[in-house]
Write a protein that binds this ligand. Structure first.
Ligand SMILES: Cc1ncc(COP(=O)(O)O)c(C=O)c1O
Length: 386
């Protein structure tokens, strides 16, 4: 097998444009009449966010992760922005409250505490906040919390309590809800060699899914019965796209990871995207027989700690990380029975989609073994949000 990319003798972040475009089309095809919002945390490049938004009308708006990022996107003409998580960044929130006109930045809350804080900030600058309420989509099984620990709001009365507080405020406007069913969207259920765990997770997902649909519908109905208009009902993620779009009350689904298709998204029963994002490292020395050492490489993904969070070595085929060192901060030894040389490059895929972009200024887009276009990462733009 020939090296699939043109590389230089430095660490590089590489995008297979054919795979990226294929994934983008596949995601668009599954929209089922709903809008798809892009999760910026899994892209971390303004140029690539634009590329996706321009590729198809189903892509509308961005879900970003900090207030500072929301302002950055707004200043760069992205007009429909949800900050997907609550923020306490008063400086940036005050600026957001003063954004007027067609463009909207929606802020996420899940408590009356958040309402009061936003109301005080908005009053101080004579501004306004467009607010979404985050709903807990997790499922409780005996001895297992299946989902993430984020919003505490699950029952209609709890959501209504926050919605009424928004209504009573002077400077906040209720715009809808978001519920991220992480246990469906973010949990692989088709991992090779783990058939028992796969079965268990598939069963838990199967039980969980109808509950999610019912909860979302119940909450939207309840809000509407009390006169609240849910202009936005956002749900899902890459791993739940095909299910979430089918829910009647859903207006949009957020997708991020599916575009780059990192390793953790290889292992789902319902879909298979094409690996699009890679990084290459040069071999800088030979440590011993069959042992070659690369520069850099320790790009470990976030989340609970495990070997699944380390990068996957894919070229040359048959090469592997060493168990004792893994992917190192500045040196990554690999074991390979064939012959390699100093200056050759070794290819990896990161476990998760966006974080790797924080290590590189550019993403080098290639097609048919040729460099076609380079895209700045957030870091390359000189910005860093998380
Ligand atoms: C609020 C929210 N929505 C959607 C997603 C889905 O993102 P992705 O498609 O990258 O998995 C996430 C991921 O963590 C999220 O936190």
């Amino acid at each position: 097998m020939e090296h699939p990319f043109v590389t230089t003798k430095t660490p590089e972040l590489l995008l297979d444009l054919d795979a990226f475009e294929h994934n983008t089309k596949m995601i668009a095809k599954q929209a089922f009449g709903k809008k798809i919002r892009i999760a910026s945390k899994s892209i971390r490049s303004l140029e690539l966010l634009r590329y996706i938004l321009d590729s198809d009308d189903v892509f509308q708006g961005v879900m970003c992760y900090t207030a500072e990022e929301a302002l950055f996107l707004y200043e760069n003409n992205i007009t429909d922005i949800i900050i997907g998580y609550p923020t306490t960044d008063q400086l940036r929130l005050s600026k957001i409250a003063q954004v007027h006109g067609e463009a909207k930045i929606f802020v996420m809350i899940d408590s009356i505490h958040h309402v009061n804080e936003l109301e005080d900030l908005a009053k101080a600058v004579n501004g306004r906040f467009y607010v979404l309420v985050d709903i807990d989509m997790s499922t409780q099984f005996p001895a297992l919390h299946f989902g993430v620990r984020r919003s505490p709001l699950q029952q209609c009365e709890e959501v209504l309590g926050v919605a009424f507080a928004i209504r009573q405020s002077q400077n906040l406007q209720f715009c809808g809800i978001m519920g991220y069913e992480a246990q469906i969207a973010g949990v692989p259920d088709f991992v090779r060699g783990k058939s028992l765990t796969n079965k268990l997770i598939q069963t838990l997902k199967k039980v969980s899914m109808p509950q999610i649909e019912k909860r979302r519908k119940r909450i939207v109905t309840c809000l509407e019965d009390h006169g609240f208009i849910c202009r936005i009902v956002n749900g899902g993620g890459t791993g739940s796209l095909s299910h979430t779009v089918c829910e009647e009350v859903i207006t949009e689904v957020t997708v991020g990871s599916g575009f780059y298709a990192p390793v953790l998204f290889d292992h789902y029963r319902d879909f298979q995207y094409n690996p699009a994002l890679f990084f290459s490292l040069p071999i800088v020395r030979q440590a011993g027989k069959h042992l070659y050492t690369c520069l850099g490489g320790g790009y470990i993904a976030s989340g609970s700690v495990g070997v699944d969070k380390q990068p996957l070595l894919i070229y040359p085929p048959g090469a592997s990380l060493t168990k004792l060192e893994g992917a190192g901060e500045v040196q990554t030894p690999i074991h390979y029975l064939g012959t390699l040389h100093i200056g050759d490059s070794v290819l990896f895929r990161a476990a998760k989609a966006g974080e790797i972009c924080e290590r590189f200024d550019n993403i080098i887009g290639q097609r048919n073994g040729e460099v076609e276009q380079s895209f700045l990462t957030y870091r390359g733009e000189g910005v860093c949000f998380l």
